[in-house]
Design a protein around this ligand. Structure first.
Ligand SMILES: Cc1ncc(COP(=O)(O)O)c(C=O)c1O
Length: 416
């Protein structure tokens, strides 16, 4: 469900040739499709349109200003985790009454900033956080709106590094601790409980864990109401997986029906925090071959993108399809190859054990599924400049983040 297609043997983003974009902006570069982004936003909202739902975009997945602005203009709020994400989101025009503030370790200055912005909900994960929010809300003479993020101890059946719904992780409040947290809220005139929340993990490709979590949260919500807290909402977090290659992606309509069917009997509003499903497949990382090293075991295709540009394969063992920009490359005999970057680490790889036609220096490749948790996680390791982000709409393109200049990498350091 994206607009990256071969036309006359050449990979295009919408109506723009990736080879021309490489000429104009250099490589490595992130290329996004505006139409894909809009399509994903609209399809998701449509799927939930028959139930009162607030969709808060998980800003951590792609916080580029232009991407955020587009998503907020489509009617999404924000799920954020830091003062930086809060400030970015406000400057990109988010409606503060649609902001949820997640995270296990909110700092005092972040809590104050969010109180000043009048956000919808602090999604609280510990007793110490409730105490901090109550203390700071008293300073501001306000009543903070809080939701309790529950850890439902459900296995999301995803990569363990992005699973967050089991007791073995740092996230959420175990159900056994719920009463104690409710008591803290009851005792504070500066806290108002408005909901219960959960987020069991990311890149989830099976409905069953999401269904189980939704039913568990509905039961918890009813118990909380019965305990004398007239809450407004159940926040089911994000987590919907996408197709990086051959995996099964849950249909949006099935996802929506599953959540709505579980939550409807509570009569409470639904909140969701989608990230990857909106942005994951809006982008590719465009890269160029520097050279090919043949060894007795395999070929190493050394490209100009590296783990500082895209860390997911190194960090999580994630798989991204890597496809040639000129399609004819695919048609002759193939060999086993690793796509690797120029960084001095054996962990610097983008794709392992791929079968492809051995390319030559200068050939272009597109690494797919690079719209979410990609540019946003890049860094300057090996003093490599961060890649630009370019968004395409039809035949028009806009640079929405320019390539970093080398001196900008060390500009914050003491200069003699
Ligand atoms: C609390 C919370 N909500 C939402 C998300 C977004 O998840 P996804 O991008 O899988 O939809 C995350 C991601 O880690 C998260 O931690």
């Amino acid at each position: 469900m994206d607009f990256f297609e071969y036309k006359n043997g050449e990979l295009h983003c919408e109506d723009s040739k990736l080879s021309l974009l490489a000429e104009r902006y250099g490589t490595p570069s992130y290329i996004y499709s505006q139409s894909t982004l809009l399509k994903h936003c609209r399809r998701l909202l449509q799927a939930f349109s028959n139930y009162p739902t607030t969709a808060c975009f998980a800003v951590k997945s792609n916080s580029n200003h232009t991407v955020l602005k587009t998503i907020f203009e489509e009617g999404f709020g924000a799920d954020l985790v830091s003062a930086g994400e809060l400030q970015r989101s406000l400057s990109a025009g988010v409606d503060p009454s649609k902001i949820v503030f997640s995270g296990v370790g909110k700092l005092d200055n972040e809590i104050l900033m969010a109180l000043d912005a009048n956000i919808m909900s602090f999604n609280v994960e510990s007793d110490f956080e409730l105490h901090s929010i109550a203390r700071l809300a008293a300073v501001r003479k306000k009543v903070a709106r809080v939701s309790l993020r529950i850890n439902p101890n459900i296995d999301a059946k995803t990569n363990e590094k992005i699973a967050t719904g089991l007791y073995s992780t740092k996230f959420g409040i175990p159900e056994t601790e719920l009463q104690a947290h409710l008591q803290i809220i009851k005792n504070s005139p500066h806290l108002k409980l408005i909901g219960v929340a959960c987020h069991i993990g990311s890149q989830i490709t099976e409905l069953a864990p999401l269904r189980e979590a939704a039913h568990r949260m509905a039961t918890i919500a009813k118990d909380v109401v019965a305990a004398g807290f007239p809450i407004e909402l159940v926040d089911m977090g994000g987590g919907l997986g996408i197709k990086y290659s051959k995996e099964n992606a849950i249909e949006l309509e099935d996802y929506a029906t599953t959540l709505i069917d579980a939550i409807k009997p509570t009569g409470l509003k639904l909140v969701i925090e989608p990230g990857r499903v909106l942005v994951g497949n809006i982008g590719v990382l465009l890269t160029q071959v520097i050279g090919v090293k043949k060894t007795p075991q395999k070929n190493f295709i050394i490209v100009d993108a590296a783990m500082n540009d895209l860390i997911r394969p190194t960090l999580y063992g994630s798989y991204h399809d890597i496809i040639p920009v000129v399609q004819s490359l695919e048609k002759t005999a193939t060999t086993l190859c690793d796509f690797v970057g120029p960084i001095c680490e054996s962990s610097d790889f983008l794709g392992k054990d791929r079968t492809c036609v051995v390319p030559k220096a200068g050939d272009l490749f597109a690494i797919r599924g690079c719209g979410g948790y990609a540019a946003i996680m890049s860094g300057n390791y090996n003093s490599r400049a961060m890649a630009p982000e370019i968004i395409v709409e039809g035949t028009r393109e806009r640079v929405i983040k320019r390539r970093q200049l080398l001196p900008e990498i060390w500009q914050y350091e003491l200069q003699d």
